[in-house]
Design a binder for this molecule. Sequence first.
Ligand code: OXD
Ligand code: MN
Length: 596
Amino acid sequence: MTNNSYINNWIKEMAELTTPDNIVWIDGSKEQTKALQEQAVKDGTLEALNPDLLPNCFLHRTAVNDVARVENRTFICTREKADAGNINNWMDPKECYDKLGKLFRGSMKGMTMYVIPYSMGVVGSDFAKIGIELTDSIYVVLNMLIMTRAGQQVIDVLDSIGDNFIKGLHARAELDENNRYICHFPEDNTIWSINSGYGGNVLLGKKCFALRIASYLGRKEGWMAEHMLILGVEYPNGETKYVTAAFPSACGKTNLAMLIPPEVFRKKGYKVWCVGDDIAWLRVGKDGRLWAVNPENGFFGVAPGTNEKSNPNALATTKRDTIFTNVVHDLDNNTVWWEGLNDNPPKNAIDWKGNKWDYTKYDKKDKSTCGAHPNSRFTSVAKNCPCVSPKFDDPAGVPISAIIFGGRRAKTAPLVYQSTSWQNGTFVGSIMASETTAAAAGAVGVVRRDPMAMRPFVGYDMGDYFQHWLDMGKNIPNPPKIFHVNWFRTDDEGHFIWPGYGENMRVVKWILDRCEDKADAELTPIGYVPKPEDIDVEGLEGVSTDTIRELLRVDTASWLEDIENIREFYKTVGDRVPAELIEELNGLEARLKAAK
Ligand code: OXD
Ligand code: MN
């Protein structure tokens, strides 16, 4: 399939290790894809769904022990332990190749090894990078064909890339959770994943390549790989401005990326366009601004909670060409269902484990009664999204006006604030945090620090990553402004005060106005906070000016409590936390104390 001897030798070596019966190259053609879908249906990997209601859609169930990313089994294998840092798990590369080599040995016997050539980013764009994933799983092949630009268009360029590609090897093996490993060798451009069949662990283009390996490459080559959505706001005059946003998992990135503006905005001619919902690659453009692309080609979204109110665009995207994983199978009409889709659970249904599901026993508070797994997913084609940006395939990407960080904080963070500089904004990103909710197991209200939402995804030392942010700031002549949002402030009874969803447009609008010096703000100890009248509340019912004032209040006491927690967190990151960030922390503490 290619004359690139580097690629051919590597495939040969991996085939000698895993001993498949045959090797099939994925060309992405309609015929091959259809044949693979049919084979997957025949062998039970997929169930074909109702072709009238959900054309070209399929249902897959993973093993019950294999339903999520496994951070404790994810390793960064650098020669020096210190280069992987304190936050990552580390294994010596040689030891890891030996250990996993034993698990991979003969693991594809009797099976087919699929060779998936894929590109993260539009083939030929300055941003794009090529990977090849070798896998024994048709499910992986069919998902990669949605999530990446894969097949012939990439095969066509392989001859000219030498060894400049990311080598990915995946085998399901026994799906043994005690021998499940997701290992990254950033110094060798290599990823090895074994004993899992779940998306985030096995679609190697996504978290493994586009975040962990790419963040490492970005530091080396002077760009950034971030866990960020990208959206464009089109103004009534036809101009579009773009922002990126990083929120920890389960804080509504996909919802914000596909936001539908409130009616008053729509009537005036505002539109929102989705460029990406999970990953952004960012480079300094010739014009001195920061430009972004979404390296992916599809969405691997969480199904539960997706509905007509929370995200109608995502729901519409899932209506064709979608692979659903671990959702409820509605047998009456051969469709799918999940908690939070609507109030009509199917009466004749199979749950995510493959058992008959009795909807009358479903209790919202008890996850074990759910029909769909809480982390069940849809893999959908980005181009099928009604609000996909016309710039989605633009090889140059889009220029970024603002970077938004966010978290889930009941009290501490106001609805929105703006940092005072790139350095201060980097600090704001580095202290990002979310509080655990009753929805997850464990204590409620515990703060988990998740810098730039990258805690599980930085492919090197976190302190070095903060330094890379500071260094990038010095190299962007016209950098985006950096903001922080919190949609999750609660009142004393624990109810959310801000309506969220489409209304978040009002906050994004203030952010973009600030970028052009068109909106006012007040300087507080934490940064610039809007005055209540600066947030456009036209047509927003049930939210008084007093409520907005409360949403924007800087709670000095809870910020001061946070300072100690941040100091402790920085200690866990280790001795590579840049001095500039410690200065920022000391400065914040001093300003808060002065304001008390
Ligand atoms: C994801 C995640 O799947 O962040 O996108 O976990
Ligand atoms: Mn994510």
